[in-house]
Design a protein around this ligand. Sequence first.
Ligand SMILES: *[C@@H]1O[C@H](CO)[C@@H](O)[C@H](O)[C@H]1NC(C)=O
Ligand SMILES: *[C@@H]1O[C@H](CO)[C@@H](O)[C@H](O)[C@H]1NC(C)=O
Ligand SMILES: *[C@@H]1O[C@H](CO)[C@@H](O)[C@H](O)[C@H]1NC(C)=O
Ligand SMILES: *[C@@H]1O[C@H](CO)[C@@H](O)[C@H](O)[C@H]1NC(C)=O
Ligand SMILES: *[C@@H]1O[C@H](CO)[C@@H](O)[C@H](O)[C@H]1NC(C)=O
Ligand SMILES: *[C@@H]1O[C@H](CO)[C@@H](O)[C@H](O)[C@H]1NC(C)=O
Length: 315
Amino acid sequence: MRTSSLLSLSWALALLASSSSLVSADVVEHTFEVANVTVTRLCRDNVIAAVNGIFPGPTIYVREGETIIVHVINNSPYNLTIHWHGVFQLSSQWADGPEYVTQCPVLPGKKYTHKFNITAQEGTLWWHAHTAFFHGWVYGALVIRPRLGHSYPFPKPYKEVPIVLGEWWNANIIEVLEEATKFGNPPRLSDAHTINGLPGPLYNCSQNQTFRLRVRHGKPYMLRIINAALNEHLFFKIARHTFTVAAVDASYTNPYDTDVIVVALGQTVDALLTANQAMDSYFMAATPYQTVNTSVVPVADTTTTGVVVYQDFPD
Ligand SMILES: *[C@@H]1O[C@H](CO)[C@@H](O)[C@H](O)[C@H]1NC(C)=O
Ligand SMILES: *[C@@H]1O[C@H](CO)[C@@H](O)[C@H](O)[C@H]1NC(C)=O
Ligand SMILES: *[C@@H]1O[C@H](CO)[C@@H](O)[C@H](O)[C@H]1NC(C)=O
Ligand SMILES: *[C@@H]1O[C@H](CO)[C@@H](O)[C@H](O)[C@H]1NC(C)=O
Ligand SMILES: *[C@@H]1O[C@H](CO)[C@@H](O)[C@H](O)[C@H]1NC(C)=O
Ligand SMILES: *[C@@H]1O[C@H](CO)[C@@H](O)[C@H](O)[C@H]1NC(C)=O
């Protein structure tokens, strides 16, 4: 009895040592299983293929200098690759993901493991499917913090919040692109824009699908804004608040203040927001930046909204 419990204790210690060496060795490891899931938006159930059953997919947090390993398991019915948008991929080009550029697609039922280092980049990047329109369902944030012992070139924010802007179709987006290419037309326009996957109350049936950012009065927040839409540059604004832009595309900028941010397609903007207004709720909104004659080139001219809610709550 005594021997066996000692034995199991030493086993437990050995296991603990080996597992902590796995997690502490500056490796960030994830498994992305892409499979069907039913998502309800705009009054409808829609079967989409998403990562680990969540939409948008998981945020990856990493420190500069660390290694990312992602095991992609394609249990969807579609060809798939995952692209690491903006990552330098120094000496790991084959891990970058664009379909038929650095790799063949991962076929349904197959797997692929990405392994690459994050080197000399800090801020926000993101990942997305790089196979036709699959990107509209499969995307998420990649947050790169300074390595241990290094700090941000600005006071540490109280909270960091990914704001991932996207587009939603009341349709199967793989078929949306197939239809378009079959007839040589532009793809049909999206039915909504979204903030962290939620359209917000300007769309039907979406009052309960509104992104809420609960803030504490006086605290600084870092918004990690990503334009993950398929077709449009977007304006982003929060009523009665201004931002200090601190980084773009995982590169620090000279800080500048603005009350509206334009995020180009695929771009990221790190913006500091101080919750310095009266205790109340304030809309945030994102809407397309139109530079074309929309009677010649149609634009999905709809606005997604979320809410910044001032609250007293415990830490
Ligand atoms: C996943 O959804 C697609 C589109 O609705 C459907 O064609 C396919 O059969 C589904 N696959 C599974 C395994 O349920
Ligand atoms: C999936 O990828 C394979 C291998 O490249 C290709 O032969 C096939 O046509 C692709 N399927 C679709 C639907 O694009
Ligand atoms: C990634 O970082 C690890 C640890 O520093 C290093 O051993 C490896 O060679 C790097 N890989 C590449 C492709 O640079
Ligand atoms: C929203 O619902 C109303 C009432 O049912 C309907 O008239 C309108 O067309 C809907 N709008 C959209 C964008 O679907
Ligand atoms: C929103 O949520 C409330 C409370 O849970 C519910 O009564 C209402 O039916 C929901 N509305 C929609 C459009 O889903
Ligand atoms: C936009 O295009 C339409 C159709 O070609 C044309 O009638 C209209 O004058 C254009 N508008 C502007 C502002 O150029």
